[in-house]
Design a protein around this ligand. Structure first.
Ligand code: C2E
Ligand code: CA
Ligand code: CA
Length: 745
């Protein structure tokens, strides 16, 4: 019976423990209340406290005690049912069977329905029927008050009639529980479903999640959360946020306080794990409130963004640092310089350093060696700059130092750097002799830090032009020079973009035979015609062209023009010379360009083209430049060593350079006749040139007396204002004509 057909009856209304306890307490109190009620009723009624009152109280009181004391659910509830039957029966008896007194049975059956259990219910029905039947038979008058004998009904039938009425009432109550139970079950099923869905969503998501109580206890965590924090699957009771194995990094208010204060929080925090590692987490929280608006719990979602953070840090670090040397990058330097000037009051010195002839290291020994040199320079600089100074590499071979203090701080460091870098550097088994040009400028206030860097750069160029291996302090004249250079560059760009024959005309200066005065060759010298018709000499724009790289298109233009005129003056002029700047020569495309131009003029003998290379180009001598000269010679083009006698001039150079012609510099030639020392040097150079099979040209010949000395010394060719200044091609062609007529017998 218990589990079979009526199983639902027993189980249907199975109440939760606490609900049952609450209902049972209520019913027990009701039962106890009946004793009080019956006593009051007895006292107030005419009858007084009768025997039936005494019997009732004696039966009900043990039932109250049993209901309060007996273990489990069934026995206490049965005690209540029996007690209520007794109370109702007692009341009926005290009312002498008054029909309305029987209503109490209906009240009792409704009250017992609270148990949702058949046992108290059934016990009550049976007890009621027995009470009606037995007491109705024995004490009919105090059980039923209808003149029963008159009605002719047997008390048992009355009992049955009452029992059926109570049963009906009970049946409807049972149907009521059943329906309520079914509805509850459905609601429970729905709840279970959504709980299951929620559980899956919560537990299975890879996003670490936790529900926190207001006191910080972890009410629920998912496995991603426990895994992320390396927590056991089952957390100890009362485990709270304070027990988490992480500590916040930095001076930040406790996150949990923030979660308590705001309905939703989006924050990124850094924590140190117990193993010392750092973890970055993005926290999203939502607060849940009860219906009174009180905070009930906090749901937190966490995202481990450590990898993103590390990646961003790395990117930031990469942007701020030069990968080759580990020094600051330009960007990092600019940021730190601004910060340094903001932090330290007073001026700051900026040293801009460029390695002299670094390109020759790269070209000559390869990029790997170049990288080693840069690293070694970085390390040496590192050893020199004081604490608190900034050290950066701006790319290429440019290094920049910033240190607090004015010239008195910057200059000694600049000198120390120049001295240190001039020490021979062992790199990859070779010892390289390096040097550096250093520009120094002082930034007086934070606003002019950027300008000071530019000024130091300008001063560095001045140091470089002064021959390198020196420090140059920025001066206001340099600012003018910088402005001039900027103007020159602008004009040059415009000229290159215009009709080049108009804007960049090439002029020619005769080179004559010492013996006959006949014009044998000409030096091509470029000019610039500005928009307002002014003619600028090359000294005003060639340095800017060199610095900006515009020398490459400019040089190509001059070569094209020189060859064009050489072809034009085919029978009248043996050769032209063209100046080639070091930068142009270093250009990897230079030789192919030359070969292409020669191929465009197949009728032209390449021997008729002479390229003038300065000593400075050769000073950066590396295998590469020598190879390049050989390649040029391979095309049949001849090479002249320009400005010989200036700079580092050494006779041994002559031997190592594959030149065909030596051009003695004007400084050597001018006033030659009056200076016996110059004469002996010229004699020695000419002798050596002859011995090496080279020809020689004396430049800057302005004086007849010098011509005489040069002829005596055996210089075969002369060039100078005495024979003609550089002139436009048309004038030169006319000169050529006259010269031929003069020398033709
Ligand atoms: P440079 O190669 O030494 O050219 C000779 C310079 O000396 C020319 O100046 C010429 O006008 C000048 N000169 C010649 N004879 C005398 C003389 O008797 N007395 C004096 N006082 N000067 C004399 P210019 O034309 O102003 O050229 C200056 C420099 O510009 C040249 O020096 C050369 O290095 C450079 N240059 C000229 N044209 C080009 C070019 O097309 N490409 C390159 N890369 N550089 C060029
Ligand atoms: Ca020249
Ligand atoms: Ca020259």
């Amino acid at each position: 019976m218990s589990t079979g057909r009526f199983g639902w009856l027993r189980n249907a209304g199975r109440l939760r423990r606490d609900d049952w306890v609450r209902r049972h307490r209520l019913l027990t109190m009701l039962l106890a209340g009946t004793v009080v009620g019956l006593t009051i009723f007895g006292v107030l009624s005419d009858e007084g406290l009768t025997r039936s009152w005494l019997v009732t109280v004696l039966v009900v009181l043990p039932c109250v005690v049993a209901a309060a004391r007996l273990p489990g659910r069934r026995l206490p509830s049965v005690a209540v049912a029996l007690g209520l039957t007794a109370a109702c029966g007692g009341f009926v008896a005290m009312c002498h069977g008054l029909t309305e007194a029987h209503f109490t049975f209906f009240i009792a059956v409704a009250a017992l329905a609270l148990y949702r259990d058949w046992a108290p219910f059934g016990v009550f029905l049976v007890a009621t029927t027995l009470h009606h039947g037995i007491l109705g038979s024995l004490l009919n008058g105090s059980t039923f008050d209808h003149g029963h004998a008159d009605a002719g009904l047997h008390p048992m039938l009355w009992a049955l009639l009452h029992g059926v009425a109570v049963l009906f009432c009970a049946s409807f109550l049972v149907v009521g529980w059943y329906l309520a139970s079914a509805e509850e079950r459905r609601a429970q099923d729905n709840l279970d479903d959504s709980q299951a869905q929620l559980a899956i969503a919560f537990d299975e998501t890879p996003v670490p999640m936790a529900m926190l109580a207001v006191d910080g206890r972890l009410l629920r965590t998912n496995s991603a959360y426990r895994k992320w924090l390396r927590l056991p699957d089952v957390l100890p009771d009362g485990f709270s946020v304070a027990d988490l194995p992480i500590t916040p990094i930095g001076d930040v208010p406790p996150l949990f306080d923030e979660l308590l204060r705001h309905d939703s929080v989006n924050a990124t925090r850094a924590y140190r794990r117990n193993d010392g590692s750092t973890t970055w987490v993005e926290v999203h929280s939502s607060a849940m409130h009860d219906k009174h608006g009180r905070l009930k719990l906090i749901v937190v979602h966490l995202m481990d963004v450590t990898a993103t953070h590390q990646h961003n840090d790395e990117l930031r670090r990469q942007v701020r640092h030069d990968p080759l040397t580990g020094l600051l990058s330009r960007q990092g330097f600019e940021q730190d310089l601004a910060a340094m000037m903001a932090d330290t009051p007073g001026p700051a010195s900026i040293l801009y350093l460029d390695v002299d002839r670094f390109k020759s290291v790269n070209d000559g020994s390869g990029h790997a060696a170049g990288d080693l040199v840069l690293r070694s320079i970085a390390a040496r600089l590192h050893g020199l700059v004081p604490r608190g100074a900034l050290l950066a590499r701006f790319g290429g071979d440019e290094f920049v130092v910033a240190l607090p203090g004015g010239l008195d701080a910057g200059a000694p460091l600049g000198h120390a750097i120049v001295k240190e870098l001039a020490e021979p550097t062992p790199v990859a088994g070779h010892v390289l002799a390096l040097s550096a040009s250093v520009g120094l400028a002082v930034a007086t206030e934070p606003g002019c830090a950027e300008d000071a860097v530019l000024s130091a750069d300008t001063a560095m160029y001045a140091a470089k032009r002064g021959g390198g291996n020196r420090i140059q302090v920025f001066s206001d004249q340099m600012r003018v020079a910088v402005q001039d250079r900027i103007v020159a560059e602008k004009l040059l760009r415009e000229a290159l973009n215009g009709d080049r024959r108009e804007t960049l005309p090439v002029w020619f200066q005769p080179i004559v035979a010492t013996e006959t005065g006949e014009i044998l060759g000409a030096e091509t010298l470029v000019r610039m015609r500005t928009p307002d018709g002014e003619i600028h000499g090359p000294n005003r724009f060639v340095p800017a062209a060199e610095e900006t790289g515009l020398i490459v298109p400019l040089g190509e233009h001059v070569l094209v023009e020189a060859l064009r005129h050489l072809v034009e003056w085919r029978d009248r002029l043996r050769y032209v010379t063209v100046n080639v700047s070091p930068r142009q020569l270093a250009e990897p495309d230079f030789v192919p360009l030359l070969a292409g131009l020669l191929a465009d003029n197949p009728e032209l003998d390449p021997q008729r083209l002479v390229l003038e290379i300065t000593e400075t180009a050769l000073l950066v001598a590396s295998v590469d430049v020598e190879e390049r000269l050989e390649a040029i010679k391979g095309l049949g083009v001849r090479i002249a060593l320009d400005d010989f006698g200036t700079g580092y001039s050494s006779l041994t150079w002559l031997q190592s350079v594959p030149a065909d012609v030596v051009k003695l510099d004007r400084s050597f030639v001018a006033g030659l006749s009056a200076d016996p020392r110059k004469t002996s040097i010229i004699q020695a150079v000419l002798w050596l040139a002859r011995a090496l099979g080279m020809s020689a040209v004396a430049e800057g010949v302005e004086d007849e007396a010098d011509v005489h000395t040069l002829r005596e010394a055996g210089c075969p060719l002369l060039q100078g204002y005495l024979f003609g200044k550089p002139m436009p091609p048309a004038d030169f062609a006319a000169r050529l004509q006259r010269s031929r007529m003069a020398t033709t017998p």
